[in-house]
Design a protein around this ligand. Structure first.
Ligand SMILES: [Zn+2]
Ligand SMILES: [Zn+2]
Length: 368
């Protein structure tokens, strides 16, 4: 089968590899039809992970292919070649004898984190920390995630089909939901559960780092009826996306005088000033969720401000499978429109080039 393979920053290549086969009664094979580029994929392709903020980033923008060929990225944790892509919707093509919840032909979202559904963490909803498989088991991350293949392939093996696959209800467009298993639910978990606890709460999103997650969070907050949504990002193009999602207040940077006035804050800037602004903007008893990835050994935090306000601070990976389940009612309501974040939708054969596009979200599709 064909598999899109990450070689190095700026370079993806189609390769011919053996197709996966069912290895047990609880497994399924899925043919991806809508694959979204994750915010982390974008950083990897742009050579920003884990070098964000240092001079290699600047150099790479000027000499991308030369730098890659000279091996200056050889210490990156995302070392090619590996099968690329992990956010996807697909069609089930084969199931083992023990699979009960899906049938061949079903359109499904697949957890990008491989998870069993039965271990202690899975039962608690912490499906990103499943102990039924090796730690960090994921599609599309090479050595870091293990040998599970990638979503930009003709076929993907799903080891715990009844748990990992979430059927997409009839009438919903699978092509607009390519990012659902990861970045969309990552945006959702920063605001959704907290707005359910505090309906009409106010929301601040510090965007511009985890590009699509910040936008999804802002759009979901609007869709869930937040009383006020403020989106901060230096990029005007993304202000326009936020406005299309219904955000009324967009700012290029955090206000100079920061007051602890938001019930819910989201740190998606992946920057220390953004992290500080999000935390200091959170009102007493509020919650701040950080989705940015900080590669430096130590990251300064305004702990004295937090001591004064007593906020909850959450930092860590999304739990893909659990959050898909929790967010599905909002997806079905169609009040949130993720397609407004998609800057480029391209066909399967154009994926290697399209995935390098600077848009906040790129989705690669092919017919069912
Ligand atoms: Zn991802
Ligand atoms: Zn598990």
């Amino acid at each position: 089968m064909r598999q899109l393979t990450f070689l190095r920053p700026g370079k993806l290549e189609w390769r011919e590899v053996p197709a996966p086969s069912l290895q047990g009664p609880r497994e399924a094979l899925v043919r991806p039809i809508s694959v979204a580029r994750c915010d982390l994929d974008r950083a990897i392709l742009y050579g920003e992970a884990p070098f964000r903020g240092n001079f290699l980033h600047f150099l790479r923008n000027h000499l991308p292919s030369a730098l890659g060929q000279r091996g200056l990225f050889r210490n990156a944790p995302f070392k090619g070649p590996y099968a690329f892509g992990h956010e996807f919707i697909g069609v089930v093509t084969a199931i083992g004898d023990g699979v009960r919840t899906v049938r061949p032909g079903a359109v499904v979202a697949c957890s990008f984190q491989v998870c069993c559904g039965e271990c202690e963490f899975c039962r608690e909803g912490l499906t990103g920390n499943c102990t039924g498989v090796p730690a960090r088991s994921m599609y599309g991350f090479g050595e870091l995630g293990g040998d599970w293949g990638g979503a930009l392939s003709d076929s993907v093996r799903v080891p715990f089909a009844d748990f990992m696959l979430v059927p997409i209800p009839q009438g919903l467009d699978p092509y607009s939901l390519g990012s659902f298993p990861d970045n969309i639910v990552d945006g959702w978990r920063t605001v959704g559960p907290h707005l359910r606890e505090r309906p009409r709460g106010s929301v601040l999103v510090m965007g511009g780092g985890a590009l699509s997650i910040g936008l999804y969070a802002a759009g979901i907050a609007v869709a869930m009826g937040a009383s006020r949504v403020t989106y901060v990002d230096p990029d005007e193009g993304r202000h326009a996306i936020a406005a299309a999602l219904g955000v009324k207040e967009t700012l290029a940077r955090a206000p100079e005088q920061i007051r602890p006035e938001y019930d819910i804050t989201v740190e998606a800037s992946a920057s220390v000033p953004g992290l500080s602004a999000a935390i200091r903007s959170t009102r007493p008893g509020g919650v701040c969720t950080s989705v940015g990835i900080y590669y430096q050994q130590q990251t300064p935090m305004p702990l004295l401000a937090m001591y004064g306000t007593g906020i909850r601070f959450v930092h860590g990976r999304v739990n893909s499978r659990q959050c898909m389940h929790d967010m599905m009612p909002l997806v079905e309501s169609r009040q949130f429109r993720p397609e407004l974040v998609t800057g480029l939708s391209a066909g399967w054969d154009d994926a290697a080039e399209a995935l390098l596009d600077p848009a906040a979200k790129v989705i690669i599709t092919r017919p069912e």
